[in-house]
Write a protein that binds this ligand. Structure first.
Ligand code: HEC
Length: 152
């Protein structure tokens, strides 16, 4: 009886640890490990490889459709030709293999550090994007609709 209690107390401690870990996810570290290889450490992207994330996302982050788009890009990936800062990219953005909390943290870092947007996109947006599960080419179409609505 006593032993069992000890075990369950231990499991609760482990569960608490697992649940609180991602909440403290470090967006800057996640960016370095998961995004910088393509989008570059300074977020300026690289011609022929990946578009910039710096100074292009503020308008998108301020509209509801734009926040949905930003969540979909990392959850579902994106494929097809896009134009950013007047340059064409035809790459393949892979779906990120991160939890909703980690995605919220890394996108929060991208928005605050590279786009001067202090309001992060909550983890719930990433869960909702996952539930919708758009195809990578549908995400590109969503990007076009959002840009038509809010501008570049
Ligand atoms: C393997 C390279 C690669 C990695 C790794 C990668 N991306 Fe991308 N990303 C791309 C490419 C390529 C595109 C453009 C896709 C296209 O041309 O349709 C893109 C597009 C984007 C866009 C849309 C930009 C716009 O102009 O609308 C965002 C936002 C983004 N990535 C964020 C991230 C984040 C955050 C991470 C890390 C979690 C990440 N990416 C990891 C290659 C990558």
């Amino acid at each position: 009886m006593h032993g069992r209690r000890l075990i369950s107390a231990g499991s609760i401690a482990l569960l608490t640890l697992a649940a609180s870990g991602p909440l403290h996810a470090d967006g800057a570290k996640l960016y370095e490990a998961n995004c910088a290889v393509c989008h570059q450490p300074d977020g300026n992207g690289s011609e022929g490889i990946a578009p910039p994330l710096a100074e292009v996302l503020a308008k998108r982050a301020q509209s509801a459709a734009g926040r949905e788009y930003l969540a979909q890009v990392v959850v579902s990936g994106m494929v097809g030709t896009i134009t950013s800062r007047g340059i064409k990219y035809n790459g393949n953005m892979p779906a990120a293999n991160l939890s909703d909390q980690e995605l919220a943290a890394v996108m929060g870092h991208v928005l605050s550090t590279f786009n001067k947007v202090s309001q992060p996109i909550p983890a719930e947006f990433f869960s909702a994007a996952r539930a919708k599960a758009l195809s990578p080419s549908a995400v590109r179409q969503l990007r076009e609709r959002v840009l038509a609505e809010v501008g570049e």
